[in-house]
Design a protein around this ligand. Structure first.
Ligand SMILES: *Cc1c(COP(=O)(O)O)cnc(C)c1O
Length: 230
């Protein structure tokens, strides 16, 4: 077994254990393998181990990788910041985008999504811990944005995503993730059906699963350490 295959197994076991502790079914949480900075060969090794959903941050890098791997039945998730000048690449090449934080970006993605493709699956990024310079929608603005996005037929609103600051311990991590879960529940209660709560990474996936995450985004624990980006 390759190192990547072993790592995927270990991460799947961590997810399953966290689900059991939270009394959630073990298939309640999807693993998104974050392959940013790693090559097509690493993605192929993960695919050989059964992994089909991959997350990428840097859009140009991702588009090249997606083209190289077109022969495989993979699902590609954009989890990096999306500026206006990159929406076309996202709309044309990805299956999902997790990082929408403005109506203008959603509208461009809608307009640029090719009619030959299924609707682009979308999560709204929420700024759960209130960092002033952080991307993401303020909690009180999530529902109004969700209502607008839900009206755009080339998009399919699936849920919310967050990237909180690393917490000091499990309890503190859960508190932040639970605030995301509360917003998710409120949007659902307002009649906009969401099924995806994208939260949790290599270091904090247990806290995220305990707090209701349905999709964890794991890079380092699968592919190893990343070189710092210049
Ligand atoms: C890089 C990244 C991840 C994966 O982080 P790891 O700590 O390597 O698991 C998850 N989500 C986002 C948005 C990222 O940029």
């Amino acid at each position: 077994m390759t190192m990547i295959a072993e790592n995927i197994k270990t991460v799947q076991n961590r997810i399953a254990q966290a689900c059991r502790q939270a009394r959630r079914p073990t298939d309640a949480v999807t693993l998104l393998a974050v392959s940013k900075t790693f090559g097509a060969d690493a993605v192929e090794a993960a695919f050989a181990a059964g992994q089909t959903a991959f997350g990428e941050n840097y859009i140009q890098e991702a588009v090249e990788k997606i083209a190289l791997l077109r022969h495989l039945p993979l699902q590609w998730h954009c989890i990096g910041p999306v500026q206006s000048n990159k929406t076309r690449l996202v709309a044309e090449h990805f299956d999902w985008v997790h990082t929408v934080d403005r109506l203008k970006i959603a509208q461009r993605l809608h307009e640029q999504r090719p009619l030959t493709l299924l609707p682009l699956q979308l999560c709204i990024q929420v700024n759960v811990d209130g960092g002033a310079t952080k991307s993401g929608v303020a909690p009180q603005d999530v529902l109004p944005l969700a209502r607008e996005v839900a009206e755009l037929p080339r998009l399919r609103l699936r849920g919310l995503m967050c990237i909180p600051e690393p917490a000091h311990d499990f309890v503190a991590a859960c508190a932040v993730f639970e605030s995301a879960r509360a917003i998710f529940d409120a949007v659902n209660a307002a009649g906009i059906a969401l099924d995806t709560l994208s939260m949790g990474m290599s270091a904090d996936l247990e806290a995220a699963v305990a707090s209701g995450s349905t999709m964890v985004r794991v890079g380092g624990a699968i592919f190893g350490g990343r070189a710092p980006r210049a």
